[in-house]
Each structure stands twice: as structure tokens, then as C-alpha cells.
Design a protein around this ligand. Structure first.
Ligand SMILES: Nc1ncnc2c1ncn2[C@@H]1O[C@H](COP(=O)(O)OP(=O)(O)OP(=O)(O)O)[C@@H](O)[C@H]1O
Ligand SMILES: [Mg+2]
Length: 266
């Protein structure tokens, strides 16, 4: 383990998660992060160490700077101006670049959402939490799948329409593999939410059961961004809504999105 630096320690809670094998999940997350490092899909050395403690498992990760995306983008919910436009562009671009690095290897994060995105004051975002990441079938590496819970969507509000539909159409034990395009929808949904203060999909029953929300998401309808955004930013709005296209094949790839944002004027 490296001797200097700041680390985040992730461990299972003693006696917690009786319904899930959190130790096996943490074991798998360590293997996944090591594989993503080997593929250069995440920043090198992100996994500092992993091991056992008396009640389970721990992972030590390189500390990602910044605040959760919701807090970091608070200025953009208030004021228009070059600084907040730059903040939004930088945040979206760094999320898209992180997505592109993963997606070119065939992996998807599968849980892009505001609490899994840490953002610095200048907008630089780091994606964290690889517990649910979905990879391609890797010959000789069944261990990259062993220990995972079947994927049934992560946070409801950042679940892409095609994933919502698949959850509704399949039994609870069936694993739904996530692809890059669903990550792009989640990225757009996170930006929509943290910029406008509104989750992207209007729910018939905002306090109702998850199934109903998944049905609403699967319809592919979102709030009209022009009616809920705090101030206009046409080029950014267009990029954001492209990510939320109901048809996964019509969304930009994360690489295309990163390139688009790279050239966007604040
Ligand atoms: N590398 C990191 N740098 C800084 N903070 C981190 C890092 N990893 C995790 N955290 C903090 O710890 C919180 C929880 O971590 P993480 O999102 O990985 O796990 P989780 O969502 O609790 O668990 P699960 O694996 O069940 O999804 C994050 O929201 C973040 O605040
Ligand atoms: Mg998390």
C-alpha cells in the first residue's frame, strides 16, 4: 500500500446487509477496479489496497476530491454567467471523458448518479462506486462476475428507459447487463437533476412504488427542459437532451459527448 496520500476506506458494516452478501460484493468490486486499472479505464492506482477485517472486507481507494454533484452544482441552479456555464460544461465534459475511458473497454459503470459523482469547485468530476459495474464477458475471468447481485437498475431516477423496461419485463433474479448508452442516459439525467433541481421524468405518482416510476421512465417522456431550467443555455440543453433520447441508439456516445463539450463556448 502507498505510504502517503488521502484514501477513502469502503467496508461492509458489521452485521449489516443481512439480505445481501456485502463481503462478496466488496471482493468483486476490488477485482473489478483492478481490472479497470489494468485496462486503463480509470485513473491508475485508484485501488490502493483491499483486505479482510474481523467482520468482513475493506477497500482503500485514492481519495477523489470534490463534493457530491448536487452540492457542487448548486451555483448553477442559482445564477447564469460565464462561471456557472463553465462549471456545467466542465462537469459534463469530465463525466463524459470518464465514461468514454470505461466504455471503450466494453465496461459500463451502471450506477452513474449524483452521489456517485464527486465534483470540485471548477467542475472536474470523478466517477466513484464501481460496485455495480458491468463488463464484457472476459475469457478466463469468471471471477469478474462472481459475487455480484443480479443488476436490476440502480437509483430509479437515473435508470434509462430501456433498463426500466427490462426490469419490468423480467424476473427479480435475472441479471440485466448495462451498456454504455444506458450510462449516457444516467449521465444526462444526473446533469438535468442537479442543474434544474428536478428529476428528469415526470412521475404519475412521485411518492408511489418503484414499479410505477419505472413504467413512467420506460415511456421515454421527460420534463420539457425549457420549462424547468433555471436559465437558458441552448448548446448545453441540446447536448443534455441528446443524452436523454429514449432510443439508446440515438444518444451520443460518451466520446462524442466529451468532444462536443470540449468545443462548447461558456
Ligand atoms: N474514492 C473516494 N473518494 C472520496 N470519497 C469517496 C470515495 N469513494 C467513496 N467515497 C464517499 O463514500 C460514499 C460511499 O461510497 P460508495 O458510493 O462507493 O459506496 P455506497 O454507495 O455506499 O455503496 P454500494 O457499494 O452499496 O453502492 C460516497 O458517496 C462518497 O461520499
Ligand atoms: Mg454510491
Amino acid at each position: 500500500m502507498a505510504a502517503n496520500g488521502q484514501y477513502a476506506l469502503k467496508a461492509n458494516a458489521e452485521g449489516g446487509h443481512a439480505e445481501r452478501d456485502k463481503r462478496a460484493e466488496l471482493d468483486r468490486e476490488a477485482r473489478v477496479i483492478a481490472e479497470l486499472d489494468r485496462l486503463a479505464a480509470i485513473s491508475s492506482g485508484y485501488l490502493v489496497g483491499a483486505g479482510h477485517w474481523e467482520a468482513g472486507r475493506w477497500l482503500a481507494l485514492t481519495w477523489a476530491p470534490g463534493a457530491p454533484m448536487w452540492n457542487a452544482l448548486a451555483p448553477a441552479r442559482r445564477d447564469a454567467g460565464p462561471d456557472t456555464r463553465r462549471l456545467l460544461i466542465t462537469c459534463a465534459r469530465s463525466m463524459a471523458s470518464a465514461g468514454a475511458a470505461l466504455h471503450t473497454t466494453g465496461w459500463a459503470h451502471a450506477d452513474i448518479q449524483p452521489t456517485n459523482t464527486l465534483v470540485t469547485e471548477d467542475g472536474t468530476a470523478t466517477l466513484i462506486d464501481y460496485a455495480l459495474a458491468c463488463g464484457p464477458v472476459t475469457p478466463g475471468r469468471p471471477d469478474l462476475e462472481t459475487g455480484r447481485v443480479p443488476y436490476r437498475g440502480a437509483l430509479t431516477h437515473t435508470t434509462a428507459p430501456e433498463i426500466a423496461q427490462a426490469v419490468l419485463d423480467t424476473s427479480e433474479t435475472e441479471h440485466i447487463p448495462v451498456t454504455a448508452a444506458s450510462d449516457v442516459w444516467a449521465l444526462g439525467a444526473s446533469l438535468f437533476w442537479c442543474w434544474t433541481g428536478r428529476r428528469p421524468v415526470p412521475y404519475h405518482e412521485p411518492n408511489g412504488p418503484r414499479q410505477g416510476k419505472l413504467r413512467d421512465i420506460a415511456e421515454g417522456v421527460t420534463h420539457d427542459l425549457a420549462l424547468v431550467r433555471p436559465w437558458p443555455f441552448p448548446a448545453f440543453e441540446e447536448a443534455l437532451m441528446a443524452c436523454l433520447h429514449p432510443d439508446p441508439h440515438k444518444r451520443p456516445t460518451s466520446g462524442e459527448l466529451a468532444a462536443l463539450l470540449e468545443g462548447m463556448a461558456p
